[in-house]
Design a protein around this ligand. Sequence first.
Ligand SMILES: *[C@@H]1O[C@H](CO)[C@@H](O)[C@H](O)[C@H]1NC(C)=O
Ligand SMILES: *[C@@H]1O[C@H](CO)[C@@H](O)[C@H](O)[C@H]1NC(C)=O
Ligand SMILES: *[C@@H]1O[C@H](CO)[C@@H](O)[C@H](O)[C@H]1NC(C)=O
Ligand SMILES: *[C@@H]1O[C@H](CO)[C@@H](O)[C@H](O)[C@H]1NC(C)=O
Ligand SMILES: *[C@@H]1O[C@H](CO)[C@@H](O)[C@H](O)[C@H]1NC(C)=O
Ligand SMILES: *[C@@H]1O[C@H](CO)[C@@H](O)[C@H](O)[C@H]1NC(C)=O
Ligand SMILES: *[C@@H]1O[C@H](CO)[C@@H](O)[C@H](O)[C@H]1NC(C)=O
Length: 461
Amino acid sequence: MDKSSPLPKSFKQDTNLCYFSKLCLYMLVICSTLLLLSQIQSLQQSRNLVFKYINLATQDPRSIAQKLRDSVTFLPLKDLRFANQPLDGHTWFMSSMNDTHEEGEVQHQYFPSQSSKGRLLCLKGRDTHDGSWNYYALAWPQALPSNATLMKGLTFVAYNHYNFENIWHGLSAVTPFVAWHRKNNCQTPARWVLYYQGELRFKMGTCLNTLTEATFGQAPYIEGFKDIEDDSRAVCFEKAVVMRHNEGGMSTERRLQVYDHVRCKARVYCNVSIERRANQDIGMTLLMRTGARSFRNHTAVIGIFEKECNKVKGCRLMVAYSNNLTVCEQVKLMSLTDILISPHGAQLTNMFLMDRNSSVMEFFPKGWLKVAGVGQYVYHWLASWSGMRHRGAWRDPDGENCPYSDDNSRCMSFYKNGLIRHNETQFAEWARNVLIDVKTKKSEEEASEQRLAPIDTCDCS
Ligand SMILES: *[C@@H]1O[C@H](CO)[C@@H](O)[C@H](O)[C@H]1NC(C)=O
Ligand SMILES: *[C@@H]1O[C@H](CO)[C@@H](O)[C@H](O)[C@H]1NC(C)=O
Ligand SMILES: *[C@@H]1O[C@H](CO)[C@@H](O)[C@H](O)[C@H]1NC(C)=O
Ligand SMILES: *[C@@H]1O[C@H](CO)[C@@H](O)[C@H](O)[C@H]1NC(C)=O
Ligand SMILES: *[C@@H]1O[C@H](CO)[C@@H](O)[C@H](O)[C@H]1NC(C)=O
Ligand SMILES: *[C@@H]1O[C@H](CO)[C@@H](O)[C@H](O)[C@H]1NC(C)=O
Ligand SMILES: *[C@@H]1O[C@H](CO)[C@@H](O)[C@H](O)[C@H]1NC(C)=O
């Protein structure tokens, strides 16, 4: 027994084990069955749910499209919540949208795109007095808002915080589109939609209009939404590019390319040579203003620069009035100018039409340093953006004092309209220094044959 005792013990153990495993098996089967039953039940429930949705989709796709159509929500173009920082970040124009920004490239929005999830840009309203009464929304092409008009082709939507009449402010709003156009195989827009602080505008200043025509190869068609009978109807765009940051985001190199491009196109349009002038002539141009910020004594100022120019071999003085030159006359004149002498004002925007590395001399009436803020540096900026040499500014120390001592905005208009005196000693010395420097640089460049190459190509990258 003792010998065999381990066997039955183990046998017993085995039967025990067997007994337990049988029990386990029963339990397991019962449990699994219960589980399976409950699973099937919930599976059926969710299957019902899925079927419900599929039914919805297959039975009535139009009702889904209709729901999407009805869910398109229009927001005011000008968002007054950001009135205290209208130009920062997402700005107060289409404030719910972020720009696309690649390093060094212009900040912009493109519709439809991945970031718009394939949706198109739609606009509504024709208000010309308050931008918060014009609206924008995004919509899928299959579910545009009811009664919306779809405009085919490419649309440029330009935001301007100032205006489209003044060439400086207008060009600032147009140059980002030039950057986009260059980067996208010279694609040209079928139309422009112009917004000043969210209010519609229907024209550009003459000069801007001509430069835009020259650059894009066709006169800009500015959308007036005249065919839309009812202001409550939306207009959606097959493709749209929105710019609201002017040159913002562009690298120095990009900016130079953009101004090179416009210069080149403007010269071609005006039948002016795009070759750099390969000789030792120096063109010195006095671009005069009349009225506000003109020189008080034109004859005297012309005399001073004429005298200095005559002392330098090859120097030619040209005197022009910006108000009575056509755009092409200005393009031509600038192509012959190495030194541009002019009071602070929109006519200085012409500087970018000179050959690269040309010089600018700027003049201010009394008072600007104090009241004009950063605005007084815009031509310094433009010079650096377009590859010119800003030779500094002369500020008239004399002139009438502002009678409204404590009111900056009224003083601004007062000084803005001031005339500019002259100081023969200072003007002559300044002109002499600039002339010598330009002459030296030209000789150096001539020696290294730098100036012999054509400066520009009008091609897109
Ligand atoms: C825009 O950018 C901000 C900050 O990066 C982010 O919080 C916001 O969700 C973005 N909005 C959209 C519509 O992408
Ligand atoms: C669409 O236009 C039709 C005809 O003008 C009009 O009857 C209908 O109410 C409009 N629908 C909407 C949603 O505006
Ligand atoms: C430029 O030249 C072409 C042909 O020679 C002429 O048709 C065109 O009118 C000219 N443009 C300007 C602005 O002078
Ligand atoms: C303008 O300057 C010229 C030359 O210096 C001088 O002869 C003339 O008297 C000045 N005219 C006025 C109105 O001051
Ligand atoms: C241009 O304007 C200036 C100043 O207004 C005037 O003296 C000049 O005669 C004008 N030239 C032409 C060609 O109209
Ligand atoms: C402009 O001047 C810089 C510095 O003198 C020179 O490196 C550059 O080549 C010049 N650019 C042109 C287009 O002449
Ligand atoms: C002109 O400038 C010179 C040199 O800075 C100065 O000595 C002279 O007083 C100034 N003349 C006038 C009339 O302001």
